[in-house]
Design a protein. Structure first.
Length: 591
């Protein structure tokens, strides 16, 4: 029955909004110093802008229901985390249904928001030169030219954009020179920079969904061809031809070569969203897990040379444990059970579970994952929601990873049905507490400790998770379609201490993507891997973060660098500090 309901719903799909501009008029109420849980800091930060993805009150096509990517980066290297918020746009068609414009809303633009500390941000978009006004969805960040400054890649409906960081607070559009614009009629969703062939520079993987322009033209611009509870809604992805993902290999001279055909061997085209890049089989190179909408998810296993084969079905991560195809959206990779192997967590549509795959490759002797969703309880609060961005992080610093899930429906008409108690178009996030050994399960604590910030409904989509105020815990920025975002300060009761680590490579790429760092503090042995991909169309804080429970000192911190394989070990590291480590150097305490 679950599968029947799920597949019936999945044959449709996605979103609308209806309050955006009105919200900007709400008075700013500073959070109480006594407030706990997640506290709304949106007004304090000055975030009064709204998202512009599609028409705000009627979505004719599925392309209008996605987006909201947000990228975390320290673009100016001042030590705190800034935000790059990707905006959408609207489109126009002629009498024949041809899309004649994808930039029909003049005020729609991406934003670079500089973190000035104290929950204050300054919009520096214009002076930085990164205000792309295309129909955007998400993107990725990475130092593709190895100059020490993080660059930005934006995924659009139409040509994508690569901004090179000049190191002086400005960026240059180098898309044409670099050769990474992609396809003019595709719409790209997410991107990931990583060193696929271990040659020391960052290659680029771009997720694509479909060619929506051709579909709109075929139907003469007349949308809303599907039904949801008897109401007209936009058609789902099935029936719209999917398009291939793209792989660009870095030439090391500021340009890339499109090696999609040779690098992604025998690719099946799918409606792809976010990709998580990680060494999933512990063989020393980086693999790619890409989730897809109502299609099989893809597990690209790297052969060590930057060429990939899809092992999703064999590894048990193409569908759920019943073999049912899901609507994969959010994509998180982390070692939730502290066994040294990276696990996968995927969010999905309503009337379906969010799926947690435990990495059992060590036992199987080949890439293999077990669906442990039911026994871990990680999806119990969200079955009736449409879920998007997700993250494993130790929000309360007890030494065990917790889980955060962002939600928001896709059809505004759901608000007309009283039988769906408490689940409307705008939905609230969920927080799960990690219970740790021996069961490694999760308990929903949203209502108990989540605070007022988790009671604010949004048409949630992308999110980035970062320590925005540098106080040692992980905060959240949530993007929402056609309305204001939500910036949440973490004021959960602390159950321990923290350690933060910023890594910079020398033997390979300067970002040190793929490096692994393991903290041992008493019974806690937690491994994190540096990556700049995951969540939903977004990127997270590039710094590694641990909760270490009641330990005032970390017994051992070991870093294994990706390109060289070199290890560095530091003992008796004081907790409650942020550190920086340049490969081969000494551990530097920042604050």
């Amino acid at each position: 029955m679950r599968r029947a309901v799920s597949l019936a719903l999945l044959s449709m799909w996605f979103l609308v909004s209806g309050c955006g501009p009105d919200e900007a008029a709400k008075p700013s109420v500073p959070p109480s110093q006594e407030a706990t849980g997640f506290v709304d800091r949106t007004d304090h930060a000055g975030f009064h802008f709204v998202n512009h993805t599609g028409k705000p009150t009627r979505k004719d096509y599925i392309v209008e229901s996605k987006g909201g990517g947000v990228l975390c980066l320290d673009y100016d290297r001042d030590g705190d985390i800034d935000l790059y918020v990707v905006d959408g746009n609207t489109y126009e068609t002629d009498a024949e249904g041809n899309v004649v414009s994808r930039t029909s809303t003049p005020e729609a633009r991406n934003r670079l928001l500089r973190n000035d500390g104290g929950w204050r941000f300054t919009d520096v978009t214009e002076e930085a030169g990164v205000g792309d006004r295309s129909y955007g969805f998400g993107g990725g960040v990475g130092d593709f030219d190895n100059d020490g400054f993080t660059d930005i890649y934006v995924c659009n409906w139409g040509p994508n954009v690569l901004y090179r960081n000049n190191g002086d607070g400005t960026f240059t559009d180098v898309t044409t020179k670099a050769g990474v614009a992609g396809h003019d009629s595709y719409y790209s969703t997410g991107a990931a920079f990583f060193d696929a062939d271990r040659d020391g520079d960052l290659d680029l993987y771009v997720s694509n969904y479909n060619d929506i322009g051709a579909y709109i033209r075929y139907h003469k611009g007349r949308g809303q061809l599907a039904r949801y509870r008897g109401m007209a809604v936009f058609d789902g992805p099935l029936g719209i031809p999917p398009v291939p993902d793209l792989f660009f290999r870095n030439n090391g001279d500021g340009t890339f070569a499109d090696e999609t055909a040779t690098a992604l061997r025998n690719q099946d085209y799918r409606y792809a969203f976010t990709s998580a890049v990680s060494d999933l089989d512990n063989d020393g190179d980086l693999d790619v897990y890409t989730v897809a909408d109502v299609c099989k998810n893809t597990l690209w296993i790297n052969d060590g040379t930057g060429h990939f084969d899809d092992r999703g079905e064999q590894a048990g991560v193409a569908a759920d444990s019943e073999g049912a195809l899901q609507a994969g959206m959010g994509n998180e990779a982390a070692d939730f059970d502290q066994d040294g192997w990276i696990d996968l967590f995927v969010t999905n549509f309503e009337a379906d579970k969010n799926t947690l795959y435990r990495n059992e490759s060590a036992r199987a002797g080949t890439p293999f994952f077990e669906d442990v969703t039911e026994r871990t309880g990680i999806s119990r609060e969200d079955y009736a929601k449409v879920c998007w961005a997700n993250r494993f992080a130790d929000f309360n610093l007890d030494g065990i990873l917790d889980a955060f899930v962002v939600a928001g429906h896709v059809y505004e008409v759901i608000d007309r049905f009283a039988d769906v108690a408490g689940v409307g178009y705008r939905q609230t996030p969920s927080l799960y507490h990690g219970d740790g050994p021996p069961r490694w399960s999760f308990t929903s604590v949203t209502a108990k400790v989540g605070g007022e910030g988790l009671r604010i409904p949004k048409v949630g989509r992308g999110a980035c998770f970062a320590d925005f105020d540098d106080d040692g815990d992980i905060d959240v920025f949530i993007s929402a379609l056609n309305e204001r975002p939500l910036l949440l300060e973490n004021r959960l009761p602390r159950e321990g201490n923290f350690l933060m680590l910023d890594l910079a490579g020398r033997s390979g790429d300067r970002d040190a993507i793929g490096a692994r760092a393991t903290v041992r503090a008493g019974t806690i042995r937690q491994m994190h891997e540096k990556r700049v991909s995951g969540s939903f169309l977004s990127t997270n804080d590039p710094r590694l973060h641990w909760g270490v429970g009641n330990r005032a000192t970390v017994d051992e911190l070991t870093v294994r660098w990706f390109t060289s394989g070199r290890e560095q070990t530091f003992r008796d590291v004081p907790a409650n500090h942020s550190y920086r480590l340049v490969e081969g150097g000494e551990l530097e305490r920042l604050r």
